[in-house]
Design a protein around this ligand. Structure first.
Ligand SMILES: NC(=O)c1ccc[n+]([C@@H]2O[C@H](COP(=O)([O-])OP(=O)(O)OC[C@H]3O[C@@H](n4cnc5c(N)ncnc54)[C@H](OP(=O)(O)O)[C@@H]3O)[C@@H](O)[C@H]2O)c1
Length: 333
């Protein structure tokens, strides 16, 4: 597989697999995507559209955020989810993908992060208590782990570091409350670092190596997943929603070491790699074995993902990158 243009990339990210189509043959009803204008929402909406079309019966795919734009076959509703009255006007929907959140890496206004991550969940959970809802969360709710320990599993106690991560656990707890009290069927989709070639941890490292900039070793390891695989897991997680909530770690199978990854990109680009900072001995690492058991392994492994990123950067895609701030080790915004 080679991806060289944005059009190729968009097409691949929205390509439904057989399992996605089969899921929507079993699962009736429209799909509502809340927080659909960010990095993941647009391609996830198109994957849902394409899987729904292939599955058969007509259904609406509706996207919502403050700035969302319509796409072919996908409706868009502009709505501030902090506005309870506006949320009340959203259409009823049996299937919801909840992506809304305040960006990791955004600085200042911690109260807004808490409002987005804990008040919006209450408003949305009350409004859609009879729906099933995949709630995007993050591996940041876990504590840092030793590098060779295999990563956190869903039964581990959360211990989020810093206010961003704490507010993400708050988001889960608020949804859990409504799930237990009102029967909302939900699933906490604890994602670690999606990579779509325009952004993602691997892209950040590859860009630095390509530009001759030093690579930070403070967070020495990470997990990553191809965004198409992450989109597919999100769609198929709708079938697993339950009350009380289910939790799934979503990431790739491999623990990736920053030093090794950067050295591999340097060789691939024919460049020297430089490092900076003391190399840490813990990192945010998740173990997604449970998701693989329930939904199958990701289609794209780490080696192919790195090849895709290297090909993209060499083809000039680096200018489109959005940094993800994965190397922030202290959980600040
Ligand atoms: N991408 C990753 O690798 C990753 C990793 C771990 C967790 N996650 C989580 O997964 C989710 C989706 O990821 P992403 O990368 O697509 O996130 P993102 O780029 O930060 O997008 C967040 C979305 O929330 C919307 N939003 C924010 N405030 C809103 C409000 N008041 N009302 C309505 N919508 C609002 C934004 O759109 P508007 O600004 O137009 O409203 C945007 O569509 C996020 O919750 C993120 O924290 C992502």
């Amino acid at each position: 597989m080679e991806i060289r243009t944005v059009a190729d990339l968009e097409k691949e990210l929205a390509r439904p697999g057989e399992a996605d189509i089969a899921c929507l043959r079993r699962l009736p009803g429209d799909i509502l995507i809340l927080g659909a204008a960010g990095k993941m929402g647009p391609s996830l909406a198109r994957l849902c559209r394409n899987a729904a079309d292939a599955a058969g019966p007509p259904r609406r795919i509706v996207t919502v955020s403050r700035s969302v734009e319509p796409q072919p076959g996908i409706e868009a509703i502009r709505c501030d989810l902090l506005d309870r009255a506006a949320v009340a006007q959203l259409p009823d929907c049996p299937n919801i993908l909840y992506l809304a959140g305040r960006k990791f890496g955004s600085s200042g206004s911690p109260e807004l992060t808490w409002a987005m991550n804990t008040i919006v969940p209450a408003i949305v959970a009350e409004r859609f208590a009879r729906s099933r809802m995949v709630v995007f969360s993050t591996g940041n709710v876990y504590p840092f782990r030793p590098l060779n320990g295999g990563g956190s599993v869903e039964t581990d106690q959360p211990a989020p570091v810093g206010e961003y991560a704490q507010s993400c656990l708050g988001r889960e707890r608020v949804f859990e409350h409504f799930s237990r009290e009102r029967g909302l069927r939900c699933l906490f989709y604890r994602l670690n670092y999606a990579v779509d070639l325009r952004y993602g941890v691997l892209v950040d490292i590859a860009r630095r190596v390509y530009a001759g900039e030093p690579v930070d070793l403070a967070v020495p390891a990470f997990n990553a997943i191809w965004q198409r695989d992450a989109n597919s897991y999100a769609l198929r997680s709708l079938e697993l929603c339950a009350s009380p909530p289910v939790t799934l770690n979503i990431t790739g199978a491999e623990t990736l070491h920053v030093r090794e990854v950067a050295t591999w990109f340097a060789k691939r680009f024919g460049r020297e790699v430089r490092f900076r900072g003391a190399e840490g001995d813990t990192a945010l690492l998740s173990n997604a074995s449970r998701a693989f058991k329930l939904l199958g392994a990701p289609e794209v492994g780490a080696q192919l993902l790195m090849e895709l990123v290297a090909g993209w950067i060499k083809a000039g895609g680096a200018s489109l990158d959005k940094p993800t701030h994965f190397e922030v080790a202290d959980g600040r915004f």
